[in-house]
Ligand binder design. Structure first.
Ligand code: GTP
Ligand code: MG
Length: 207
């Protein structure tokens, strides 16, 4: 029987930690790194620098009785790095494809990334679409309803997010965790549904 930190017998088995590889893809400057920084460090930087190659970061969160470690590959959106992308999405259990709601070109690019993932990534990959910079809704050029219809047709998760205000940033990662297949993740074992209060990440500092 497992024991807890005080050495007391714990009848429910050792707490499980599940690692999930998540890759972020999307046009340059849509806010991929900013979303990751917000999720990992609860921090936002105006005028962040462009990513070179890719960055790797992790965050562990408790969801109910399961501990989930997000192993996040934040890729560079600049054209010259595109050929590297398969290296990062190969073997990924989930992808977050990001566009900027104020820039329709970035939604076109996002749809291309989704197509590429559908053709070349693992058939079981969970794909989420993030319409970032929702704090700039006054300058919106991509309609929510249009993207929702596209996401429904393609079986994608979809949320509008803001790395700046933190809106939906934790939620998109957690929505992914509960969608992951049972054999790859404990949190996912309970199926896709809304998180209860007890399942909200305990170390979260952002909404
Ligand atoms: P690459 O690394 O070149 O692929 O870009 P990226 O997608 O990682 O974009 P990055 O996170 O570097 O953000 C680009 C710019 O957009 C920065 O100036 C950020 O401050 C800004 N930005 C990112 N997210 C948001 C957001 O939610 N709202 C607003 N208003 N600005 C944002
Ligand atoms: Mg970046």
């Amino acid at each position: 029987m497992a024991t807890n930190r005080s050495g007391v017998a714990w009848p429910y088995g050792a707490p499980q930690t599940k690692g999930f590889k998540v890759v972020l893809l999307g046009e340059s400057a849509v806010g991929k790194s900013s979303l990751v920084q917000r999720f990992i460090k609860c921090h936002f930087q105006e005028n962040a620098s462009a990513t070179i190659g890719a960055a790797f970061l992790t965050r562990t969160v408790s969801l109910g009785d399961t501990t989930v470690m997000f192993e996040i590959w934040d890729t560079a959106g600049q054209e010259r790095y595109h050929s590297l992308a398969p290296m990062y999405y190969r073997g990924a259990q989930a992808a977050i494809v990001v566009y900027d709601i104020t820039n329709p070109h970035t939604f076109v690019r996002a749809r291309n990334w989704v197509k590429q993932l559908q053709r070349q990534a693992s058939p079981s990959i969970v794909i989420a679409l993030a319409g970032n910079k929702s704090d700039l809704a006054a300058k919106r050029m991509v309609e929510f309803e249009e993207v929702q219809a596209y996401a429904d047709e393609n079986g994608l998760l979809f949320m509008e997010t803001s790395a700046k205000t933190a809106m939906n940033v934790n939620d998109i990662f957690l929505a992914i965790a509960i969608r992951l297949p049972t054999n790859e993740g404990g949190a996912a074992a309970r199926g896709a549904r809304r998180l209860t209060d007890g399942e909200r990440p305990r170390r979260s500092c952002c909404k």
